[in-house]
Design a protein around this ligand. Structure first.
Ligand code: NDP
Length: 400
């Protein structure tokens, strides 16, 4: 029987919810490209309930324990004596969400001789040293598409909030003011602007589609061109380099995975190619950007605003400069963990576990690493190597 270690974020400070703002969530059975939403044999949770925190347990306890397995759930994941580290020696499966990632570095993988599978309950497996997983023959799987549309909604929200100067305006209301000139001295319409996405995968393409009705001019940069019909439908301009995209756009959003090829793609040099006063929205991964270069660009005015929900490491240390830099609209990493998204990736995690324990193939679209090499979606979108360097800094986060 297997031991499964599941690392989840803490419950709300007011305790696990006793009731919810809404009674149900829409039932979605297919994603825009026709892929089905997760299809486990059953689930033991109520869709729309909080599943991603420790007490929610991704709804997995009944299923795992009734099959004789041991489930350990913890939020204690960083630092030398974390619960995660203590549980690793006999763990067969480690599950975590990118919002509160269990950084599965080579050192941690070495501490887990029985480890067979690492599951990302969500999308983005850069918190695992993929090279180390390949070297050890560990399977890495994630729940592809589960929250891509959730993230795209967040991207559009954050673009609008930056361009229209929403957050400072909201702040004036809370402070009892009516300071219209203070609110609007940095407020514009997005209509007519050039908006571009780095990567037009599931999230990037969804962002383009959501933006079309705003009458903006749409651009994308990807290694592969989208089908002609899609380019025509959305009137897209394709760019083959970040430099070309940045020079053309007023607003840029990053939607590619973090892997050695994309790490720090936004840096002092690449920021010089952006129009002065451009806006940058990054809900993909914090490490796509050089942290301090972003701060410098906001301070100099090269960027008019930066928003997103991804940081490095996570949780972000108290002194992370993105908490206090000017003109930012950062949230903690939440875009892909709405209650709606949680229902999908909890079901997807259950589907992956059912396949694993019944010796059935895991869907190709969920696979990142299998049999010592990149596989499935991983073979398409990732490059071999490791992007977890520096993750030990997450131990510097202390609750206020
Ligand atoms: P997809 O796999 O559908 O899309 C990723 C796209 O990135 C692909 O089109 C891929 O293109 C492209 N890409 C990869 N490398 C490069 C590169 N070097 N330059 C340009 N494009 C590149 O994934 P999703 O759209 O669903 O998710 C994208 C990322 O967003 C995830 O990997 C994750 O990091 C992040 N994410 C964040 C969430 C959050 O809560 N904030 C939740 C979900 C995801 P190609 O076809 O050429 O391989």
């Amino acid at each position: 029987m297997a031991k499964i270690v599941c690392v989840l974020y803490d419950d709300p400070v007011t305790g696990y919810p006793k009731s919810y703002a809404r009674d149900d969530i829409p039932k979605i059975t297919k994603y825009p490209d026709g892929q089905t939403t997760p299809t486990p044999r059953a689930v033991d949770f109520v869709p729309g309930h909080l599943l991603g925190s420790v007490s929610g347990e991704l709804g997995l306890r009944k299923y795992l324990e009734s099959n004789g397995h041991t489930l350990v759930v913890t939020s204690d994941k960083d630092g030398a004596n974390s619960t995660l580290d203590k549980e690793l020696p006999d763990a067969e499966i480690v599950i975590s969400q990118p919002f509160w990632p269990a950084y599965m570095t080579a050192e941690r993988i070495a501490k887990a001789p029985k480890l067979k599978m690492i599951v990302t309950a969500g999308i983005g497996s850069d918190h695992t040293d993929l090279q180390a997983a390949m070297d050890r023959g560990i399977t890495v799987a994630e729940v592809t598409y589960c929250n891509s549309n959730s993230v795209a909604e967040h991207v559009v929200m954050q673009m609008l909030s930056l361009v229209r100067n929403y957050i400072p305006s909201y702040k004036w209301v809370i402070e009892g003011g009516w300071n219209i000139a203070d609110c609007v001295e940095r407020s514009y319409d997005i209509e007519g602007m050039h908006v571009g996405t780095v990567a037009a995968g599931r999230i990037g393409l969804r962002v383009l589609r959501l933006l079309k009705p705003f009458d903006v001019k749409l651009h994308y940069m990807d290694r592969y061109k989208l089908p002609d019909a899609v380019e025509k439908e959305l009137n897209l301009t394709h760019h083959t380099s970040l430099e070309s995209l940045a020079k053309a756009c007023d607003v840029v959003t990053l939607n590619c995975p973090l892997h050695p090829e994309t790490e720090h793609m936004i840096n002092d040099a690449s920021l010089k190619n952006f129009k002065r006063g451009a806006y940058l929205v990054n809900t993909a991964r914090g490490k796509l950007c050089d942290r301090d270069a972003i701060v410098r660009a906001l301070e100099s005015g090269q960027l008019a605003g930066y928003a997103g929900d991804v940081w490095f490491p996570q949780p972000a240390p108290q002194d992370h400069p993105w908490r206090t830099m000017p003109h930012h609209g950062m949230t903690p990493h939440i875009s892909g963990t709405s209650l709606s998204a949680q229902a999908r990736y909890a079901a997807g995690t259950r589907e992956i576990l059912e396949c694993y324990f019944q010796n059935k193939p895991i869907r190709d679209e969920y696979l990142i690493v299998r049999g010592g090499k990149l596989a499935g979606v991983g073979a398409h979108s990732y490059s071999a190597g490791n992007a977890t360097g520096g993750s030990e800094e997450a131990a510097k986060f202390k609750k206020a």
